[in-house]
Design a binder for this molecule. Structure first.
Ligand code: FES
Length: 107
C-alpha cells in the first residue's frame, strides 16, 4: 500500500495510505485534501487537480504527457514538475510520493 505525502498550500503535510491502482487525485478526493478540486472527475479536462511533484520524484513518476501538457497551459503556477494528479496511477514504485498542492488552488 503506497503512502503519499501532500504538502498543502499553507505548508502543512498530509500523509495518506493509498490503494495501488488508484490515481493520486482519487486518493486526495476521497480524503478531502484541500485544493484538489478535480472538477472533471479524472477525465483530463479541467486541470483543477494540478500538483507539483517534489523534484526527487520527477524521474520516478515521470513528467506530464502531451495531453497533460496542453491542459496544464491553463493551470496557474504551472512549472516543469507540474502534473495532473488524475493521471498519476499509484504503483509500489511510488511509495513515498511527495507532491505540493499549488497555492493558486488553495482558495
Ligand atoms: S480531474 Fe480534471 S484534469 Fe484531473
Amino acid at each position: 500500500m503506497p503512502a503519499i505525502h501532500f504538502i498543502l498550500a499553507d505548508g502543512t503535510r498530509r500523509s495518506l495510505d493509498a490503494q495501488e491502482g488508484w490515481t493520486v487525485m482519487e486518493v486526495a478526493r476521497e480524503a478531502g485534501v484541500p485544493g484538489i478540486l478535480a472538477e472533471c472527475g479524472g477525465g483530463a479536462l479541467c486541470a483543477t487537480c494540478h500538483v507539483h511533484l517534489e523534484p526527487e520524484w520527477l524521474p520516478i513518476a515521470g513528467g506530464a504527457t502531451e495531453t497533460e501538457d496542453m491542459l496544464l497551459e491553463l493551470a496557474p503556477g504551472r512549472d516543469g514538475a507540474s502534473r495532473l494528479s488524475c493521471q498519476i496511477v499509484l504503483t509500489p514504485a511510488l511509495d513515498g510520493l511527495t507532491l505540493r498542492v499549488p497555492e493558486e488552488q488553495a482558495s
